[in-house]
Design a protein around this ligand. Structure first.
Ligand code: APR
Length: 261
């Protein structure tokens, strides 16, 4: 069967060689924290300052890392592949887009976006999100004004402290990240792409978190060929037709070169 439609799922392993820690490190902690203390809505209710500090540090770290050869290879595939292609990433970093990928979807949200729980608006976010204690609130740039003027794209707006750029509320912005117990983004679009896929490729993910861990089954059900590229066998490795183990920065460029002939 010829391959036209490709769906690629990526996880933390693709960004590991850029210097971003994966989630399930040997010590079971994520940057020194238990996942339940920083990546659940309950954790945010309990201790918003800790959660903000945690994600502010992750966001800041993005400025210190660069896409690696695996991100660049996928961006090349995206640019040159004549058929349908969708990169679904579980990663909240921006390394795929900085490498140049366009047909990309962040199913677990993005570090560089905020979500106002007061007005339900989502927007680009740079800098710290933790409310600055004692600091005078700075007047937030208004969404509608910026959009009207079109001088500054909304996504580039930056506020000082935690002020919603859409409604002006103070302290109501949370990271636009899908936490445990929350519904991943764009599931309908992902399911539709999987149902049309001829090839499903999973890169750098442990296969421990659903629904992403189940994508291989959906793709198989549709009759797609399935390939796993990872440092070691994932939890669902036996579901894949083909398995390649090693570093993403080596295996992904090799695979892309094969695909583009
Ligand atoms: N090249 C390829 N694979 C690698 C590399 C590398 N250089 N380094 C690590 N890996 C593999 C690991 O072997 C592991 O199987 O990447 C995988 C990373 O797994 P996790 O840390 O569990 O990350 P991920 O699968 O993306 O986690 C899924 O869990 O905590 C949540 O929402 C969070 O999106 C995340 C989700």
């Amino acid at each position: 069967m010829g391959i036209s439609n490709i769906v690629i799922l990526t996880g933390a392993g693709i960004s590991a060689e850029s210097g971003l820690q994966t989630f399930r490190a040997a010590d079971g902690l994520w940057e020194g924290h238990r996942v339940e203390d920083v990546a659940t809505p309950e954790a945010f209710d309990r201790n918003p300052v800790l959660v903000h500090q945690f994600y502010d540090a992750r966001r800041e770290r993005l400025g210190e890392v660069e896409p690696n050869a695996a991100h660049l290879a996928l961006a090349r595939l995206d640019a040159e592949w004549p058929g349908e292609l969708l990169i679904v990433t579980q990663n909240v970093d921006d390394l795929h887009e900085r490498a140049g990928a366009k047909r990309l979807l962040h199913m677990h949200g993005e570090l560089n976006r905020g979500w106002c729980v007061s007005c339900d608006e989502r927007f680009g976010w740079a800098g710290a999100m933790k409310p600055s204690s004692g600091a005078e609130p700075v007047e937030a740039p208004s969404f509608s004004d910026a959009a009207k003027k079109q001088e500054q794209p909304f996504d580039k707006l930056r506020t000082n402290g935690n002020i919603c750029p859409a409604c002006g509320e103070t302290g109501s912005v949370r990271p636009d990240i899908v936490w445990f117990g929350e519904m991943p983004y764009e599931m309908e679009r992902i399911e539709a792409a999987l149902m049309e896929a001829d090839l499903f490729v999973s890169i750098g993910t442990s296969g421990a978190v659903y629904p992403a861990a189940g994508f291989v089954q959906t793709a198989r059900y549709r009759g797609a060929r399935t390939l796993e590229i990872n440092l070691e066998p994932s939890q669902g490795s036996l579901s894949f037709d083909e398995r390649r183990y090693g570093r993403a920065s080596e295996l992904v460029p090799q695979w892309v070169a094969e695909m583009l002939g």
